[in-house]
Design a protein around this ligand. Structure first.
Ligand SMILES: [Zn+2]
Length: 208
């Protein structure tokens, strides 16, 4: 499996493309904006978009989904616990912050801990409430990759003053569900730079 990071949209969201070079199949994690650009990135590598994975429902992680689906019919995956926020343009901030109101219905709803196979790899959804009630991370044990959305950042973590935020839960989610992963796991967050579980165990304020 290969990985390419892109930064998209008005608040510099990290969107990640993962792809299988043999089958030429790809998935996008958090396509927050710039659908045409992301489709072009698939096309120039002859990749077929097979899935869209959402870590949570905020506008800056989802705005490109309708246009991508119109072109590719790739199903969108999200935590069942995030369904209400995804559907609500006020709660997902697409209406209030961005004036691009979007109500999104995921095609595949995942439960906490659910594992599925995509592009020939196992992917586990880990529910990590805090930033939003249905925030989740995607863990690929074979690659030792964690896509942590706005839950875990390099030496930081996501805001907890937004609709459905659970300020008392985010530290627990990080400590009990993410920092227990193998230390060599690479952390690919929703904003800013990449990290590792080893680094975050030592330097993340939520680890203390
Ligand atoms: Zn967010």
């Amino acid at each position: 499996m290969q990985l390419l990071p892109f930064t998209v949209g008005t608040v510099m969201t990290n969107c990640y493309m993962i792809f299988n070079e043999k089958t030429k199949e790809a998935a996008l994690i958090d396509p927050g904006d710039q659908a045409a650009y992301l489709l072009g990135q698939c096309r120039k590598r002859s990749l077929t978009l097979k899935a869209i994975l959402l870590t949570h429902g905020h506008f800056d992680h989802i705005l490109a989904v309708p246009a991508l689906q119109q072109e590719t019919h790739a199903p969108a995956y999200a935590a069942r616990a995030e369904r209400a926020l995804l559907a609500d343009p006020e709660a997902n901030l697409s209406g209030s912050w961005q004036r691009r109101p979007l109500s999104l219905t995921p095609d595949i709803l995942l439960e906490d801990g659910e594992t599925f196979t995509l592009l020939g790899s196992q992917i586990q959804m880990i529910l990590t409430p805090g930033h939003t009630a249905g925030s989740s991370c995607y863990y690929l044990p074979e690659e030792k990759w964690l896509f942590s959305g706005d839950t875990l950042f390099c030496e930081s973590y996501g805001r907890t003053d937004l609709p459905t935020s659970q300020p008392l839960e985010i530290g627990r989610s990080i400590r009990e569900k993410l920092l227990i992963l193998p230390e060599e796991t690479t952390v690919y967050p929703g904003h800013n730079e990449t990290s590792t579980i080893r680094h975050e165990k030592q330097y993340n304020p939520a680890a203390l």
